[in-house]
Design a protein around this ligand. Structure first.
Ligand SMILES: Nc1ncnc2c1ncn2[C@@H]1O[C@H](COP(=O)(O)OP(=O)(O)OP(=O)(O)O)[C@@H](O)[C@H]1O
Ligand SMILES: [Mg+2]
Length: 352
């Protein structure tokens, strides 16, 4: 019945208090018994009464023993509780000051009870906050870096334009491209922020997800052919589900566009979709450079651009958005190696 409520700490405290009370009772009973024996007529006593009765000289013995036992138990319990609570308090004060590298558990030594568990939870929370603070820091750094490059190129173009008016058309083109790039960056950042801060703001509706996929494939196929690549899709039937359609569209779009961007010239991107036990599984496979195993989780972090990506346009936010978009729809996305070379992205979605 007590399971889940009473842990080690509960039993330790209960035992300490109970043992000190037991000790007091034992001493009191022993005292009363000795008084009784001392008062009994000599004929009834088995042994003759002691010539100097010791215990009757100490009538306060049970009271004193009880007080000492309770005091010792009280000190022990108070110490046992106060030390870790002080550590936790100190830890909380440091976290409140923004110092997330504080850890409490090592100061508690080898104890294993509810307070030690609380310290573990505290440490986990501090580690999580530390990670969040670090990624926010990195994100800010990445954003400023990403903003600075197009701005620097725009300023250079304006400088050239001032010096040499004959290059006006080329420089205006350059400025236009850079401002488009900044616009795309801001747009993706806002999407990412909205996904995290207000996920409920994306409208939900009943959609045939395979229709979405076909629409994305049609657009991307057009681009692929213009760039000397092929795009094939094999996604029969329908998969009607209640989803945030706009988000799913973005997720498919980014994954398919990535495949088209990275697949080698003259090769084909292959999209397959199957419904398997109430789950839609979409794979997008290309014949590009692929992604080494250690980077297949990293690539979903904002602003991650892997080695070799510098020759291909991109900001590094698409997959971060795609992953959050799928998670918000109760699905998942993962990257794997394609036999024969290239990358295969697997997107899963459950019917709701
Ligand atoms: N199909 C792929 N083949 C090889 N590498 C890939 C592939 N898809 C993604 N990547 C790697 O993962 C990184 C992150 O992809 P992501 O879609 O988030 O960013 P991006 O395409 O560079 O920019 P964005 O999508 O924001 O315009 C890419 O920069 C690239 O290094
Ligand atoms: Mg992308």
């Amino acid at each position: 019945m007590l399971e889940g409520y009473a842990g080690r700490l509960f039993w330790k405290l209960l035992l300490a208090l109970w043992a000190s009370m037991l000790l007091s009772i034992v001493v009191a009973v022993a005292y009363l018994r000795s008084v009784e024996l001392a008062a009994a007529p000599a004929s009834m006593a088995l042994t003759p009464p002691p010539s100097v009765p010791l215990l009757p000289l100490l009538p306060l013995a049970p009271v004193i023993t009880g007080m000492v036992a309770m005091f010792a138990a009280g000190v022990g319990v108070a110490w046992y509780l106060a030390v870790p609570l002080r550590q936790l308090r100190r830890g909380l004060a440091q976290v409140a000051e923004g110092r997330f590298d504080v850890r409490v558990r090592p100061a508690l030594g080898r104890r294993r009870d509810e307070l030690a568990e609380l310290a573990d939870d505290f440490d986990r929370m501090a580690a999580q906050l530390q990670q969040l603070a670090r990624s926010r820091q990195e994100l800010l750094h990445d954003i400023s870096h990403e903003m600075r490059s197009p701005l620097a190129r725009m300023q250079a173009a304006i400088g050239l334009l001032r010096q040499d008016a004959t290059q006006a058309a080329a420089m205006i083109d350059r400025i236009e491209r850079e401002s488009e790039r900044m616009d795309a960056l801001v747009e993706e950042l806002l999407t990412l922020h909205r996904l995290e801060a207000a996920p409920e703001s994306w409208a939900e509706g009943t959609v045939d997800v395979l229709d979405l996929l076909h629409a994305v494939a049609e657009d991307a196929g057009f681009e692929a052919r213009a760039a000397g690549r092929e795009l094939r899709i094999d996604a029969p039937g329908e998969f009607v589900a209640r989803v945030r359609g706009e988000l799913l569209h973005r997720a498919f779009e980014n994954v398919v566009r990535n495949a088209v961007k990275y697949t080698a010239a003259g090769t084909a991107v292959e999209i397959q979709a199957r419904v398997d036990g109430g789950e839609l599984v979409v794979t997008v496979a290309d014949r590009g450079p692929g992604v080494p195993e250690h980077a297949r989780t990293l690539m979903f972090q904002p602003f991650t651009r892997l080695e070799g990506a510098s020759s291909v346009r991109g900001i590094g936010l698409g997959l971060a958005i795609a992953q959050r978009a799928l998670q918000l729809n109760g699905g998942s996305i993962e990257a794997g190696a394609r036999p024969g070379g290239g990358l295969v992205m697997t997107l899963r979605l459950r019917a709701t």
